[in-house]
Design a protein. Structure first.
Length: 549
DNA sequence: AAAAAGTTGGTGTT
DNA sequence: AACACCAACTTTTT
């Protein structure tokens, strides 16, 4: 240990924000004690056993919280961060928490005589609890703490304050309140202060995903995106080089079946881990916009996508129980049904609808799918066909997506299940025709479901309609080599619409108990009384009562 | 109170 | 490819 002289050491604690560029926490830490020969910088990342410990009971290789694809991406990002720090005369100090990450940080702060702790603010509930523990310890120990907002464009707390204490619940209102984001830190570094003595601490080399013990993962396809800041910046520049593409970008017009060359930037994993700064990305898009005559605007434009990200971060920060139906004030209370059989078929890509199954297999293998592909399967699981709770689907996405981001994932599941933000539950994605209009030949399906690779295109989206002679010829018997549909979309989607209508009607009845007429006991009695006609009667009644008022 | 808006539906016609 | 139409949601704006 170093002698306990006046502290001139700063720690930058990495969690998200795995980058050197536009990193205010790193920038502040490297300035601490600037000029002094004794200045030291400790760049730390702590491996969290609760995030990484293998879970043999999980539906696919990985830990309980993360699939192999995301773990691999994280490790690659850490390796790249270490390499970039080394080029600047520093390095990443990789520690392993015995149990609790916060405890590990607190111990190191004390043992290394740290004078200033810098880390990026994180608004997720898990992170808030963890960071409070560390901040409380540091304050009590007289350690200066700096926690800048740099993961998002804006500070969610500030937006909520500007909006009168409540988060804006529509994108439009969010954008009008937000204004222009702060400029990124554009500092070019030539070197960082050296790392100080780390005493008895075991500094780990960045492990490989094989070393973490997830069993045999040799069969796992390696997703076509490597983690790390270097790769993030390279990909961003590549995307932005095509100025016309940037200027004309409209999210809803992308092709969800494009997998060799995705229709989007596919930068979401880099934003999730902070390998790429959203402010720097925003700034670079603006530079392109200034060089062209016309460009698309939010919500559909590229900058609009970054604003969506901030929108969900802000709402998730301001709404208690954002990740649950119960106790969540903005979430419709819907009596989702329980069917382990249907859920497992969805999760494992065994629904018998090739479009749905191919997307779920891409999720499992790559940890990434196009946004509209996510819509298709989320709608299918919840309000479209299976009527299963969005929290079940959310958990699967959260574990398997490389870019899974707590705020955005939950926000989109609320959206797609028509539980919040979006309410047009009659608009249901067809598991047959939606994909077909982008990819009539079914190339996407053929790639991810090899057993269907020779199915004629007339039947590829509905293989159960293929004549048995054809099924035999292409060696794919439906019911044996590929499953029969687990639900009939025609009848299932009709039933889902009906149940959504009932749930909405009930939610409206219960929504305004202060308005005397809507809580009329007669109406309640009617809507509960006759099961078969409950939807029709309550819906009619509501129209009637609306006219009444 | 009424109209318009809302990132991305499906089907059928031209 | 563009448009009307379907059947209809909630929230915001006028």
């Amino acid at each position: 240990m170093e002698a306990a002289t006046a502290a001139t050491a700063a720690m930058v604690w990495f969690r998200k924000g795995l980058r050197v560029h536009d990193n205010p926490a790193l920038d502040a830490a490297r300035r601490y004690g600037a000029g002094a020969a004794s200045a030291r910088l400790y760049p730390v990342f702590v491996l969290d056993p609760r995030y990484l410990r293998p879970d043999p009971a999980a539906a696919s290789p990985g830990s309980a919280r993360a699939g192999v694809a995301r773990v691999r991406f994280l490790l690659e990002s850490l390796g790249d961060l270490d390499a970039r720090l080394r080029r600047l005369g520093s390095r990443l100090l990789l520690l392993r928490a015995r149990d609790d990450v916060a405890d590990t940080i607190c111990a190191a702060l004390k043992d290394w005589n740290i004078g200033k702790l810098c880390f990026e603010s994180d608004t997720e509930p898990y992170a808030l609890a963890r960071d409070k523990k560390v901040t409380d310890f540091a304050m009590a120990s007289g350690i200066e703490v700096f926690t800048p907002v740099s993961h998002t464009l804006f500070d969610p707390a500030e937006i909520i304050k500007k909006n009168g204490g409540r988060p804006p619940l529509t994108y439009r209102s969010f954008v009008s309140i937000a204004g222009e984001p702060p400029e990124p830190v554009m500092e070019e570094y030539s070197g960082f202060p050296g790392v100080g003595d780390t005493g008895e601490y075991e500094l780990l080399p960045v492990p490989t995903v094989d070393e973490l013990g997830y069993g045999d993962i040799s069969q796992e396809e390696i997703p076509p995106c490597r983690g790390g800041e270097t790769e993030a910046l390279r990909r961003m520049k590549e995307s932005l080089q095509n100025k016309e593409w940037v200027a004309k970008f409209e999210k809803p017009k992308g092709d969800p079946s494009a997998f060799l060359k995705p229709a989007t930037t596919a930068l979401s994993p880099y934003l999730k881990f902070g390998c790429l700064s959203s402010r720097y990305f925003y700034h670079c898009i603006q530079v392109v916009y200034k060089s062209v005559k016309n460009h698309t605007k939010p919500p559909v434009s590229l900058t609009g996508q970054l604003l969506w990200r901030d929108f969900f971060y802000t709402v998730s920060y301001g709404i208690p129980n954002f990740d649950r139906m119960k106790g969540n004030k903005i979430c419709k209370q819907i009596p989702w049904s329980e069917s382990e059989e249907l859920f497992v078929a969805w999760r494992d890509g065994q629904t018998g609808y090739p479009w749905i199954d191919a997307i779920m297999i891409q999720l499992r293998k790559w940890g990434w799918m196009h946004h509209l592909a996510r819509h298709s399967v989320a709608c299918f699981l919840t309000r479209g066909d299976m009527f299963i709770h969005w929290e079940k689907g959310r958990d699967v996405f959260e574990r398997l997506l490389i870019d899974s981001d707590w705020a955005i994932n939950n926000g989109n599941w609320l959206w797609l299940s028509c539980s919040s933000f979006f309410y047009q539950y009659h608009r249901i994605y067809s598991p047959i025709t939606f994909g077909k209009k982008y990819d009539p030949n079914g190339n996407y399906i053929r790639h991810f479901i090899p057993v269907l690779k020779d199915m004629p295109k007339e039947y590829i989206y509905e293989p159960w309609t293929a004549p048995l002679s054809i099924q035999k010829k292409v060696k794919c018997i439906v019911g044996k080599d590929y499953p029969k549909p687990v639900v009939d979309h025609e009848t299932a989607s009709k039933d889902c619409r009906k149940r959504m209508g009932e749930a909405y009607a009930l939610s409206r009845l219960g929504a305004n108990p202060t308005k005397g007429k809507t809580s009329n006991p007669l109406r309640r009695k009617t809507s509960h009384g006759d099961k078969a006609t409950s939807e029709a009667s309550s819906a009619k009644l509501l129209k009637w009562s609306n006219q009444d008022e």
